[in-house]
Design a binder for this molecule. Structure first.
Ligand code: NAD
Ligand code: UGA
Length: 434
């Protein structure tokens, strides 16, 4: 049993803290947001993540998991302090490290015993050294025995607990190999490959992994666009490619492009790092441009199908950036909604879990309570997020409700032949339009 403090209770911090508690450790999760902590103390989850609420409850009851806003009590006796705060995009695309700095300074102010400081936030290459400097400078003459380890997180929203508990690998980077080995003890129960590197290599592994996954998606979207013109089907192309073991099947689903709280900001931050150090990141720039274009293409398809978007009503199914999360950061739906509104369209939208978050940012959109309300009197329906709930909706009812039976299936979720036979004008992604 180890004593752990996790700083930040977002998608990464809360899952990390809860899973370490589940493994038998004593964990205190800390956040500076009073609403988050007060909610957690009353058993309310600040995010939607399948299975999380139950796991939190179990570990709180077992008195292994605690929540606080108070750094002093959170860090008391902690052997490990995980920094899992946000690192959003700054004005030039760089990662904004203000929250990481604040967390490091709080550790420096309070701790008076040997501690491992672990960067779980996604941070630019070199940040581990910088965090160590921040702590040293803040301490001044008051010496502190500490090491910094980079421990990037690879979990996905929507399957975060399983991803944390059964990772493909754990990466630990530090100049202090003993510290990395100590941290490896915490992960031992997961029985996965633990890779120990230097600090900067670990930091780069995280960015390179996200950028590579985004590249695969942009690649298949570009191939999909060619399929549309050339009469091929991108789903079968992806399947045929994926059967090659050197390629593999994952992350080859053509759609509306990648979104979320990480790919967009991390690819941008990696581009920024490259430019800052004199490299021309041509591939990354193309990957981002293809992604922007994927949203524009969806709007173009709707415009073409309806003649104009001005004064047309478009129904949007799904607002979150992917299914099984309430996270709408950089979601394809949000970007497409903005483009459609700019062309004079009216929007009505529904999402199974993201309505609260959507209501905070979508001011000129009718937020609906069901897919059927979305379809009601709409000129076209766009599927933006492939939630299970949309897989078997009642298309007879949808057709009766729509003003025009036009469907853009942005995630290739539905049976195109069936919908065409029912009289819909069906458009998918990466498939010949007729
Ligand atoms: P988030 O925005 O959901 O949560 C961050 C939390 O940190 C917030 O609750 C905020 O109040 C808190 N916070 C900010 N400053 C603080 C401080 N000084 N002290 C204590 N708490 C503070 O963020 P997230 O999605 O969990 O991401 C966290 C980091 O992990 C980011 O760097 C992200 O790139 C990375 N990451 C995220 C995911 C993901 O799926 N979301 C996966 C892997 C890595
Ligand atoms: C992604 C990575 O998969 C995680 O390994 C990483 O830890 C995380 O970012 C992070 O650093 O935050 P996540 O953003 O939760 O996880 O979701 P993904 O499943 O990767 O999907 C990202 C986006 O790509 C979504 O918008 C999704 O719709 C899109 N996508 C994904 C596709 O368009 N096609 C695919 O084949 C796969």
């Amino acid at each position: 049993m180890s004593k752990i403090c996790v700083i930040g209770t977002g998608y990464v911090g809360l899952v990390t803290g809860t899973c370490f508690a589940e493994l038998g450790n004593q964990v205190t999760c800390l956040d500076t947001d009073p609403a988050r902590i007060n909610g957690l103390l009353q058993g309310q989850m600040p995010i939607y993540e399948p299975g999380l609420e139950q796991l939190v409850e179990q570990n709180v009851q077992a008195k292994r998991l605690h929540f606080t806003q108070d750094y002093r009590s959170a860090l008391e006796g902690a052997e490990y302090a995980f920094i899992a705060v946000g690192t959003p995009s700054g004005v030039d695309g760089e990662a904004d490290l203000q929250y990481v700095k604040a967390a490091a300074e709080s550790i420096a102010d309070i701790v008076d015993f040997p501690i491992l400081v672990i960067n779980k936030s996604t941070v630019p290459v070199g940040t581990g050294d910088w965090v160590a400097d921040v702590i040293r400078r803040r301490r001044g003459d008051r010496s502190l025995e500490f090491s910094v380890v980079s421990n990037p997180e690879f979990l996905r929203e929507g399957s975060a607990i399983n991803d944390f508990m059964s990772p493909d690998r754990v990466v630990l980077g530090s100049e202090d190999r003993k510290a990395a080995t100590r941290l490896a003890e915490l992960y031992k129960p997961l029985r996965c490959t633990i890779m120990v590197t230097d600090l900067r290599t670990a930091e780069m592994i995280k960015y390179a992994s996200n950028a590579f996954l985004a590249t695969r998606i942009s690649f298949i979207n570009e191939i999909g666009n060619m399929c549309e013109d050339l009469g091929a089907d991108v789903r079968e192309v992806a399947q045929g490619m994926g059967l090659d073991k050197r390629i593999g099947p994952s992350f080859l689903d053509a759609g509306l492009g990648w979104g979320g709280s990480c790919f967009p900001k991390d690819v941008k931050a990696l581009e920024h790092m490259a430019v800052l150090h004199g490299t021309q990141p041509q591939l990354l720039q193309a990957v981002m441009e293809i992604n922007r274009n994927q949203r524009r293409r969806a709007v173009m398809k709707l415009r073409k199908a309806l003649g104009t978007l001005n004064e047309k009503t478009i129904g949007i199914l799904g607002i979150s950036f992917k299914p099984n999360t309430d996270d709408i950061r950089d979601s394809a739906a949000l970007e497409i909604i903005h483009l459609l509104i700019n062309e004079g369209a009216h929007i009505q939208a529904y999402d199974p879990q993201a309505m609260d978050n959507a209501s905070k940012v979508l001011k000129n959109v009718k937020l609906c309570e069901s897919p059927y309300e979305v379809a009601d009197s709409a000129d076209a329906l766009l599927l933006a997020t492939e939630w299970n709930e949309f897989k078997q909706i009642d298309f007879v009812k949808i057709k009766q409700l729509l003003r025009n039976p036009v469907i853009l299936d942005g995630r290739n979720l539905w049976d195109s032949e069936l919908l065409k036979s029912m009289g819909f004008t069906y458009m998918g992604i990466g498939r010949a339009i007729n």
